[in-house]
Design a protein around this ligand. Structure first.
Ligand SMILES: [Zn+2]
Length: 272
């Protein structure tokens, strides 16, 4: 556990999976020459304090929304087990802050209840950027594989679904920073008490392997924007001693940012 101001932060590692390392995930390819796969994880950030229990993202969830996810999972989805370690269950979550609506970040918000889907966090308000919601409702060809129409419809029907716009404080000491290179309207969640700061890197900086400025992901809609946004974040994090939280790193949940002649590298960060 890490304490920042009035909040306690917890890293929940809920799943491991493999993902195509090639530039166009999910596209057809010669099965005799499979694309190389890289090892990734799904880590969720839980922030408790000030009467809130705020979960950032959900992971892909139990339903494995497409055969692509089902085939790539190398461990069960362990949200209940991770919450149970803290004496919590999904019904205790008061707020679900979604960095963006790509299926691997939000699929766990619903589970199957017979012939319909059931919210996993029935009492949680859901906070999404307006621009990302609009993008998810009408994805273009590049992103159609990343947004699930059924899921987006379910979110639309939730009474506790809220959209917010732009960089802003969403709770005392917690704000969101907008990033548009991975997908439009992605929000990075920052927790700070003025001395200690942790920033959830979402899919802008999903692992320590993405510290090199030019290393972008195949899902990014605009690699040049990713490079500009990432350079700005890493410079600010390095200058101010921020920790970064990684939603997809299989080995490390967080790291600081050090500058070396060859570029930025991960530095030490406390366990939590
Ligand atoms: Zn994404």
């Amino acid at each position: 556990m890490l304490t920042i101001g009035d909040y306690q932060l917890h890293s929940l590692k809920v799943q491991e999976f493999l993902f195509e390392g090639g530039p166009l995930p999910g596209r057809t390819h010669d099965p005799a020459r499979p694309l190389p796969k890289i090892r990734l994880a799904t880590r969720l950030l839980l922030i408790t304090g000030n009467g809130r229990r705020i979960l950032v993202d959900t992971g892909v969830g139990e339903l494995c929304w497409t055969s692509r996810w089902a085939a790539n999972a190398t461990s069960p989805y362990m949200l209940d087990e991770e919450l149970d370690k803290l004496g919590l269950q999904p019904g205790d979550i008061t707020d679900l802050v979604l960095t963006h609506l790509h299926s691997d970040h939000v699929g766990g918000a619903f589970t199957c209840g017979g012939d319909h889907l059931v919210p996993v966090f029935p009492y949680a308000q859901v906070i999404v950027q307006e621009e990302n919601f609009r993008t998810a409702c009408r994805p273009d060809e590049k992103e159609r594989i990343s947004y699930n129409e059924t899921l987006i419809d379910e979110f639309r029907q939730l009474s506790l679904f809220h959209t917010v716009s732009g960089t802003r404080e969403i709770f005392p000491g917690i704000d969101v920073i907008i990033s548009n290179g991975h997908t439009r309207g992605q929000q990075l969640v920052r927790v700070s008490d003025g001395h200690t700061t942790l920033l959830h890197g979402a899919d802008l900086i999903p692992t320590t392997a993405h510290y090199p400025i030019s290393r972008v992901t195949g899902n990014d809609i605009d690699p040049r924007t990713v490079i500009e946004e990432k350079a700005a974040i890493l410079e600010e994090a390095c200058r101010n001693g921020w920790m970064l939280f990684f939603g997809h790193d299989p080995f490390r949940h967080a790291a600081t940012v050090l500058e070396r002649p060859a570029g930025f590298v991960p530095g030490p960060a406390p366990e939590f």
